[in-house]
Design a protein around this ligand. Structure first.
Ligand code: ADP
Ligand code: MG
Length: 251
């Protein structure tokens, strides 16, 4: 099995605060890895390091190595703009841009200077189809994205990320603001997408993590307590803390 990502001895500091403490983990290609753990344990920080979004956070300092397909992404020769194209990111609150549905999905392509109208139309349709959103929006592509429901907006954000053909999709609690039906659609979508891309998802929902993930990593107070297949983490955890967390004894 090949690894999309390999994180070695990652430490993250915000000023003198040590938020992530020596995490090492590998993320196999075409799998879903769930990052779980209580609030403040470093899940979002970890995700932001993977596509170098933490570069944009003032006072953040990163030690350790992150390999993406064998290349250390913190090597000075790596272009972080190109890296972020290859790693889509989706956040807890759907964040469509104040444009039309079409222009949201085309956004990343236009940044790449792709102007050909036919190409843009094809890629927008394809991305919306991959997110099972096409049939719901095909007749209103030029209406504001804000007119969509929360669940549709979140699928639109995934479509926007997919339009530039990323290798990795990073999702930070993408269903936290959605109802169960919209959540189910996103879960089905991720299951399908993993055939083509590698997915890392932060979730607070243990049922969700168990349903959709192949691997799971349990973080606590900035440390990686345990990491393994989802069956190992949820059914046969080695550490008592993992068992207590996954059984909902603390949040
Ligand atoms: N930009 C920042 N500046 C200072 N502290 C931060 C910043 N981002 C996160 N932290 C702190 O780092 C710790 C981990 O945060 P975070 O990665 O957001 O955790 P989680 O996503 O698991 O809730 C928390 O204590 C949080 O307050
Ligand atoms: Mg978070």
């Amino acid at each position: 099995m090949t690894h999309a990502l390999e994180i070695r001895n990652l430490h993250i500091y915000y000023n003198s605060f040590h938020a992530v403490k020596g995490i090492s983990i590998t993320i196999p290609t075409n799998t879903i890895t769930a990052i779980i753990g209580p609030s403040g344990c470093g899940k979002s920080s970890f995700l932001r390091v993977i596509n170098r979004m933490n570069d944009l956070v003032p006072h953040a300092r990163i030690l350790g190595e992150v390999f993406f397909r064998g290349v250390n992404i913190y090597d000075p020769s790596v272009c972080e703009i190109d890296l972020r194209r290859r790693m889509g990111m989706v956040f807890q609150k759907p964040n469509p841009f104040p444009f039309s549905i079409f222009d949201n999905v085309a956004f990343g392509l236009r940044i790449q200077n792709r102007r050909d109208k036919v190409f843009l139309q094809e890629r927008v349709e394809e991305s919306l189809r991959r997110c099972a959103l096409w049939d719901e929006v095909r007749d209103r592509l030029h209406q504001s994205a804000y007119e969509l429901s929360g669940g549709q907006q979140q699928r639109l954000c995934i479509a926007r990320a997919l339009a530039v053909y990323p290798d990795v999709l990073l999702l930070d609690e993408p269903c936290a603001s959605l109802d169960p039906k919209a959540t189910k659609r996103i879960e089905e979508l991720l299951q399908k997408l993993k055939e083509e891309i590698t997915i890392v998802i932060v979730t607070h929902n243990m049922q969700q993590a168990r349903r959709i993930s192949d691997y799971a990593a349990f973080f606590h107070s900035g440390e990686l307590v345990e990491w393994g297949t989802s069956a190992e983490i949820f059914d046969y955890p080695k550490k008592q803390l993992t068992q207590e967390y996954t059984q909902g004894l603390f949040g």
